[in-house]
Design a protein around this ligand. Sequence first.
Ligand SMILES: *Cc1c(COP(=O)(O)O)cnc(C)c1O
Length: 232
Amino acid sequence: MNRREELALSLAEVRERVAGACAAAGRSVDEVGLLAVTKTFPAEDVALLHDLGLTEFAENRDQEASRKVREFAELRPGARVRWHMVGSLQRNKARSVLGWADRVDTVDSTRLADALAKAATRPVDVLVQVSIDGDAARGGYPIGDLPRLADYVARSDELVLRGVMTVAPLGMSPEQAFAALYQAVTRLRDDHPDATVISAGMSGDLEDAIAHGSTCVRVGTALLGSRRLASP
Ligand SMILES: *Cc1c(COP(=O)(O)O)cnc(C)c1O
């Protein structure tokens, strides 16, 4: 089996899981987008996934991503895809990340929001990254304070609040975590009706996330295979 066939097969499997989870939750598959997390994999894989119909890709490191985005553009000139930053982001990288990312999914402080706003040369779509258990080491803004950061981002002229993103914490069932996120987002919608994105669920827990309102699953391993250790 060549790489294209391999990816086609895993993509079909992922789509089937998403469809099954949507059916179980009484949701339409159109409500749940698939974001391919291509970190550590080459631009050639992005090109093949694009040929198979995917248009949304995510990376977690600025340097690797900017190179890959350039390489992909050479492999598939004129292809219309969107790139997402899903890794933790230092403020001094804001300008560089905006050079390749169409959306920054990991805004977890007012200071990072300020840095992105300052670096922006166009309106920038962002998600607020939420920490469900308050463990600062894993990134994310405390869920209890979510309205504060959401309001802050929404007031910025340069940033456009599209929704929220989370990674399920280790010490809690994904089920519980995604349910808590959904509750918080439901309250947030009163003030921010256009913040409709809930980015939740990865290879291991996408069914739980879809059961609790995810509109965007971020899938790496289940699509591309297991990652070798990331380069330092
Ligand atoms: C790597 C990564 C993913 C994908 O994880 P898999 O378990 O490989 O599907 C999703 N979200 C973020 C933020 C990641 O860094």
